[in-house]
Design a protein around this ligand. Sequence first.
Ligand code: FAD
Length: 424
Amino acid sequence: MHSPISVSPVWRRPTSPIACRFADRDVDLLVVGAGFQGLSAALHAARAGLSVQVIEAGDIGAGASGVNGGQVIPGLKQDPATLHSLFGEEAGRRLNTFAASTADVAFDLIARERLDVEHSRTGWIQAAHTETALQSAVRRNRQWRALGADVTLLHAAETALLTGADGYRGAFFDRRAGVVNPLALTHELARVATEAGAGLVLNDPVTALFQNGSSWQVETRSGRSLSARKVLVATNAYSDALVPKLAQSLVWLHSFQIATEPLPSEFDFILPGGQAVSDSRRILIYYRRSPDGRLVLGGRGPMRAPQSAGDWAHLQRALHRLFPALAKVAITHRWFGRVAMTPDHLPHLHEPAPGLLVAAGCQGRGIGLMVSLGERLARYAASGDASALPLPITPLRAIPLHRFRRIAVAAQIARYRLLDGLER
Ligand SMILES: Cc1cc2nc3c(=O)[nH]c(=O)nc-3n(C[C@H](O)[C@H](O)[C@H](O)COP(=O)(O)OP(=O)(O)OC[C@H]3O[C@@H](n4cnc5c(N)ncnc54)[C@H](O)[C@@H]3O)c2cc1C
């Protein structure tokens, strides 16, 4: 029997209380958005001695941080050699060192701060579904191993054993990666940030942001107003018109997810080691087990907001293609969120005016990245030293014909889906 459908993610929210507070005087750093980025920046800035206020439009985890797949994967979308050639020897090396460390930073934070977050660090399998994809895995493995990373290649049989799915040619296996409960991580980051002294206000969008002499003034929908020396706009894929051109510098897509009911022991062959998996398709599918034993699977969804359970049907088909034994298992949860893409597939850092900081565009791989970037942005806000940042600060540029870009991307996704289907 199928249980009723929920549109909330399956992740447990910790019950530890979070004390919300609004600053009664000017602050050093005001953070707009309480996701991984904003909360990590708030925590580290408060620990560095700055007075900090976070303002969030919704509840904790209302953005991508609370609804994502919880796969903590180091590295950026581009392989180390590509980053080297894009940025040159010195900046490329610094960026690769940063990219290699992002999962460490997230897992170390969980351990050091004793966060109440279900997590395991059993690695990430990037499963190759074609010979070409396997050759990319070989190259990726070679490049990361040359940098000393704990990665390896898996044969087809090993991949089948670890995933429980047949048909993969082999895989790139990254032991630095793992899985977390992302909602718990967001909640717990909010808790430790507030305990470190940061003020936090929820359900009150920032509606205006303007320069006032050498400081910044923000106003919220409920009428709050605050002056800050510096502002970090950590709104990422949920950016609105607060910073001119920011929303137009990104293309946001929907990532959709489904979760099965908790699986009985007859399905213990699916991800027996608890790894995270992404496949190598152009429109990739990613999956993992949840702490309560469900299979959680995600992938791109329609560009528009979903209208019925049918909008998740492609994920259900992928689930059954990978795991035919799950055909009769109930899908209990369906949900979605936004992912921010940039034209060069790199995260972008901007400072459109002195003291106004923006980081956005994680291309769907933002847990380790945004926790780490938040820490670096806090260092930059405290010191003004741009060498704290792993990427150069670039001008904020709207994508030409932005309005039509989403249509073009939708067409591209449809084409890729077709090509992926032909390679099955
Ligand atoms: C379905 C899905 C699955 C994903 N899976 C993975 C995964 O498995 N692994 C991984 O590494 N990454 C994954 N990602 C990407 C990852 O979740 C994001 O990169 C990351 O959460 C971004 O964090 P953030 O803090 O920058 O932004 P967000 O968490 O999106 O936070 C931005 C916040 O800004 C707030 N905001 C917006 N406007 C205002 C305003 N005017 N005033 C106040 N607040 C405002 C929003 O409410 C929101 O809470 C996934 C994303 C989605 C959507």
